[in-house]
Design a protein around this ligand. Structure first.
Ligand SMILES: Cc1cc2nc3c(=O)[nH]c(=O)nc-3n(C[C@H](O)[C@H](O)[C@H](O)COP(=O)(O)O)c2cc1C
Length: 180
């Protein structure tokens, strides 16, 4: 593992901004993050980015970390942040059971998650089959490779807020009997 040096101990938390139509950041997004770096954030965790799994998403204006236009946008984000002596990680995101019904870009697909449960009582979509778990893993791996290619200094895997990874960590929903 490589060590990362940052200019100071200030780390900016990831905060989704919904300013990236068609999954691509534009110049304004890059300028926003560059301003945070020039203002003194030693490390920025760039907001949540969709991985390329078909069941990933539902929001129109959050960035993706796959596809030509999004990747070109990310290159500009990392270039401008580095120019301000900042470091930046890319956050990787799969919505899991939080995926809205009819979510874009594949409205016919259901939500997939660890158990099918959105919370202790609500079901949304269904549980992943074992083979599908490998597909999700590969999708995360591709996203991480893309993030590295476009200049990010690291990645953070979104593991909270009821999304895909979080669902695997709940005692109440990740129950053996759901798979029997
Ligand atoms: C507008 C907004 C967008 C957020 N987007 C993300 C996100 O994309 N990824 C994430 O992990 N957390 C996200 N969060 C959560 C924040 O990163 C942070 O963890 C949360 O605000 C709790 O921080 P606190 O305990 O310091 O209040 C968001 C929070 C806000 C207010």
């Amino acid at each position: 593992m490589e060590k990362l040096s940052i200019a100071n101990g200030i780390v900016m938390a990831p905060m989704a901004r919904n300013y990236s139509p068609d999954y691509a950041t534009d110049q304004k997004v890059a300028e926003y993050y560059a301003r945070r770096a020039s203002g003194g954030a030693g490390l920025i965790i760039f907001e949540a980015n969709f991985i390329d799994h078909p069941f990933f998403n539902g929001y129109k204006k959050q960035p993706a970390i796959h596809g030509q236009a999004p990747l070109d946008g990310h290159k500009e984000v990392t270039r401008m942040v580095h120019e301000e002596n900042g470091k930046i990680f890319c956050q990787l995101w799969h919505m899991g059971a939080e995926r809205p019904v009819g979510g874009i870009p594949n409205p016919d697909l259901p939500a997939l998650s660890a158990s099918g449960y959105r919370d202790t009582e609500t079901i949304n979509g269904r549980a992943l089959e074992l083979a599908e778990i490998s597909e999700v893993q590969s999708s995360y791996a591709r996203a991480a490779a893309n993030a590295s290619d476009v200049g990010y200094d690291g990645v953070e895997i979104h593991g909270a807020h009821g999304y895909m990874i979080d669902g695997f960590l709940w005692d109440v929903t990740n129950r053996q009997q759901l798979f029997d």
